[in-house]
Design a protein around this ligand. Structure first.
Ligand SMILES: [Fe+2]
Ligand SMILES: [Fe+2]
Length: 155
């Protein structure tokens, strides 16, 4: 039996300070770790696992992107178009790999897991961090210290 290892640990440095987004990012890392934990080198096993989880994972990612995009539109974030393009490109890349996989192309689960891990972590650090910073700039700080965005902030 293989040992379960957490390959990516959530760190506060990944936190953007927006609760819903942080929770979704944690969920993405849970999936990344699940992928690593199913790397066995046995392609037949890896294929069965991948087939079972990938569609739900894509759905999760799409919902996450939609949450961010709604937030960016709502706050009139100037980097929205560029950011959305990054989301769309990533989704297309993943959907294409899944199509290739379903057409019988060789799957190396470890490679896919690294690709996902690297993309998610760098996207959080370099792209998501930008709207989070903008969000903090325009948000109103309530007396309890919490940040909220009202219509007045984005008018
Ligand atoms: Fe994100
Ligand atoms: Fe994003």
């Amino acid at each position: 039996m293989s040992v379960k290892i957490e390959y990516v640990t959530w760190s506060n440095s990944y936190s953007l300070g927006i609760k819903q987004i942080d929770e979704q990012h944690k969920g993405l890392l849970v999936f990344v770790n699940d992928l690593f934990n199913h790397v066995s080198g046995d392609e037949k096993q890896e294929r069965l696992y991948f087939q079972e989880v990938i569609h739900q994972a894509i759905q999760y990612v799409k919902e996450h992107f939609a949450t961010e995009e709604r937030l960016m539109v709502m706050t009139k974030f100037p980097g929205y178009t560029v950011h959305k393009r990054k989301h769309d490109e990533f989704t297309l890349t993943v959907v294409k790999s899944v199509k290739d996989f379903e057409a019988g192309k060789r799957l190396v689960l470890e490679k896919f897991a690294y690709f996902l891990k690297d993309w998610v972590l760098s996207h959080i650090a370099f792209m998501d961090a930008q709207y989070a910073q903008y969000f903090r700039q325009i948000a109103t700080r309530k007396t309890n210290g919490k940040l909220t965005i009202t219509k007045a902030d984005v008018a």
